[in-house]
Design a binder for this molecule. Structure first.
Ligand code: SF4
Length: 89
C-alpha cells in the first residue's frame, strides 16, 4: 500500500478490487509460490473470500482484526478467521 489515505478507505473490498500500487501482483506471486500441500483449493478460497467480503472487519483488502491481506490469509489451508475460528469451514 502506498500510505495514501487521502482517498476514502474501502470497506468490504478485496485487494484485487482496489489495487492502488501493484501490491496485488506481489500477493498473487506469493500465493502462487505456496506449496500445494498448504494452499487452499480454488473453491474453498473463493468461499472464504466471499465471507470476508461480507464482513465488517474487511477494510482496504485487510482484516482489521489480524492485519493480514485476506487474500493471503485465505490462501493457506491451515489458517482460519481470527474473529470466529470455524467461520470459513
Ligand atoms: S478473516 Fe474473518 S474477521 Fe477478517 S475480514 Fe475475513 S471474515 Fe472478517
Amino acid at each position: 500500500m502506498d500510505g495514501d489515505y487521502s482517498r476514502p478507505r474501502c470497506k468490504r473490498c478485496l485487494l484485487s478490487e482496489i489495487d492502488r500500487d501493484g501490491t496485488y501482483r506481489t500477493v498473487l506471486e506469493y500465493i502462487s509460490s505456496l506449496d500445494d500441500s498448504i494452499r487452499c483449493d480454488k473453491d474453498e478460497y473463493s468461499a472464504r473470500l466471499a465471507i470476508c467480503r461480507a464482513c465488517e472487519h474487511l477494510t482496504d483488502g485487510m482484516c482489521a482484526l489480524c492485519g493480514c491481506f485476506v487474500e493471503v490469509r485465505a490462501a493457506k489451508q491451515a489458517q482460519n478467521c481470527p474473529d470466529i475460528p470455524h467461520r470459513w469451514e
